[in-house]
Design a protein around this ligand. Structure first.
Ligand SMILES: CSC[C@@H](O)[C@@H](O)C(=O)COP(=O)(O)O
Length: 554
């Protein structure tokens, strides 16, 4: 899989076994890519700000370890050691930067994948592969999510303009920091909204604030706007109030590093000030955040950890490898990298699932947990989810047929037993053999149930990684998935095979039918389980099994 972002700006280049990231410290002077062969290197590029932006930090961390896991695949290691290695590395990756929750959400979701893989896989290679595929899914999902955010945000801004009587005009939008292709796997969040407006021919001008002290606006956003031919104007942070007063701004759109349960949002330092000014001028203020940036476990903004950075970012100017001193040596410095914008100042939080609404009747807070627990809107469900729903329906019918067929067979045996002439040795032997076959059928059915439960857990966790936040994955869905593995659903074999011996009172079971309706159920559980974690949803029977788990557990 190669990362494609639909523009010349690639924050990363990934193919299985190889990751390169754009060194953002050198942009715009140079476009240089750095190899990231392992988790150590991923941690380093994030820590040193060569890679930054909440979604990208998470993806580069996940993929750095994926590259390392791919390299380890050929080596003979015990499965538990592979799982232990991945867990230890994920723990380490969490320590690079503290504020952007995407990193923690990604690690939590990947840990759930590894836990499921450990429970279902028989080799280290399969565990590594489960991790790698889940990390790759996150990469693809980020680009998809950003494009949807771009469209939803553009719709919201255009609707506000319509309501304000500026319907036919091009939008004048102000942003801060860098939230574009360079902060994500592609397209961007807040800058993605600006990109979408431009693509629709509805953008008059994008204004980017310089974003002192790290200058992500001046160095990176200005670069993206120029590269993409988007009309852009750079202002320094201290000009924002004047800009709104004198130039007219239709909307502010900013990214997010973490959105707390009530909607309070941590983002680049300067965001809060921009929101206060926007409120004063009646300018709508939108936060663009994929669901991976939502943190329902953190109740309010005051609980968000804010990274404080070195003093020399303020006291010195670093350019072209040279450091120039600006401030007098000995001056005290406070340098928080982020601030928190209180929810009341935010007009809407735009996610790939749509806009998060304010709590009923309360314009002061958002219901982030309620929004997440609703899941994605039906129209935005993935093709795999739709396929699962179809299989669910089909298997629901099969499961009913199967149960009916088994009980018909049991009744038939019962009748035969009552009429049985105990002196007729041939009939007695036939009856005994039918009974034995029915017993084997029950045993095969219960093996199949185990198999299906394991497969469904792996598939569901894979799905969670792609579509929900890790917070949800590790709590609600993970609990559900694990509950499924603990409570046996009632399921029989495919109806056709059952029908073969249940339609007549006289049973004639074939050993093939007893062995299992699907190819996988005939294998020993350990072998059959392999594909569950290594290729969730990859085979027909696996999908069927997974869907069956869904049917029976609900
Ligand atoms: C889509 S990126 C959203 C935020 O991560 C962005 O606005 C931001 O604050 C980035 O900070 P940075 O310190 O450059 O990683």
């Amino acid at each position: 899989m190669a990362a494609g972002i639909g523009s010349s700006l690639e924050s990363l280049r990934y193919a299985r076994g190889s990751l390169q990231v754009l060194d953002q410290l050198k942009v715009p002077q140079a476009k240089e890519y750095i190899e990231v062969p392992d988790a150590d290197a991923a941690w380093h590029v994030v820590r040193s700000m060569q890679v930054r932006g909440a979604p990208l930090i998470a993806i580069v961390s996940a993929l750095g370890l994926a590259v390392e896991a791919t390299a380890r695949m050929g080596k003979a290691v015990a499965p538990k050691d592979a799982g232990g290695f991945l867990r230890e590395r994920m723990q380490f990756l969490r320590t690079s930067r503290p504020t952007a929750v995407n990193l923690f959400n990604a690690m939590e979701a990947l840990e759930a994948v590894v836990a499921a893989a450990i429970a279902t896989c028989t080799t280290a290679e399969e565990i590594y592969l489960a991790y790698v595929k889940a990390a790759e899914d996150m990469l693809a999902e980020d680009v998809r999510a950003n494009k949807t955010i771009g469209d939803a945000g553009a719709d919201a801004i255009l609707a506000d303009m319509e309501a304000a009587g500026r319907g036919g005009s091009g939008a004048r939008v102000l942003t801060i920091c860098n939230t574009g292709s360079l902060a994500t796997a592609g397209w961007g969040t807040a800058l993605g909204i600006i990109r979408s407006l431009h693509a629709r021919g509805k953008l008059e001008q994008a204004f980017a604030s310089e974003t002192r002290p790290y200058n992500q606006g001046a160095r990176l956003t200005a670069f993206e706007l120029v590269e993409e031919g988007i009309p852009g104007t750079l202002v320094c942070d201290s000009m924002v109030a004047s800009l709104m007063q004198r130039k007219g701004i239709d909307a502010c759109v900013v990214g997010a590093d973490r959105v707390a349960a009530n909607g309070d949002t941590a983002n680049k330092i300067g965001t809060y000030g921009m929101a206060v000014i926007a409120r004063h001028h009646g300018v709508p203020f939108y936060v663009a955040a994929p669901t991976t940036t939502l943190d329902p476990k953190t109740l309010t903004g005051s609980d968000i950890p804010i990274e404080e950075r070195p003093a020399d970012e303020l006291t010195c100017l670093k350019l072209g490898g040279q450091t120039h001193r600006l401030a007098a040596p000995g001056i005290g410095v406070w340098n928080p990298a982020f601030d928190v914008t209180p929810a009341p100042l935010i007009t809407g939080v735009v996610t790939e699932w749509g806009l998060i609404g304010k709590r009923g009747g309360d314009s002061n807070s958002f219901d982030v947990s309620g929004f997440l627990s609703g899941g994605p809107p039906p129209a935005k469900r993935s093709r795999r989810t739709t396929e699962l729903a179809e299989m669910k329906k089909m298997l629901e019918k099969h499961a009913l047929d199967v149960e009916a067929a088994i009980s018909r067979a049991e009744r038939a045996l019962d009748r035969t037993e009552r009429r049985l002439d105990k002196k007729d040795k041939g009939k007695v032997d036939k009856f005994a053999s039918d009974k034995q076959l029915l017993g084997q059928l029950h045993a095969a059915r219960s093996r199949l149930q185990d198999d299906i439960r394991n497969k469904f857990a792996a598939l569901e966790i894979d799905n969670m990684c792609r579509r929900v936040t890790a917070a949800k994955a590790s709590e609600a869905k993970m609990k559900q998935a694990m509950a499924r593995t603990n409570s046996a659903p009632s399921l029989g074999r495919k109806p056709k095979e059952i029908a073969k011996f249940s339609d007549t009172g006289d049973l004639s079971l074939s050993s093939a039918a007893i062995g299992g309706g699907s190819e996988e159920s005939t294998r020993p559980p350990s072998t059959a389980n392999k594909s569950a974690a290594t290729s969730p949803g990859g085979s027909k029977s696996l999908k069927a099994g997974a869907a069956a788990g869904l049917v029976l557990a609900q």
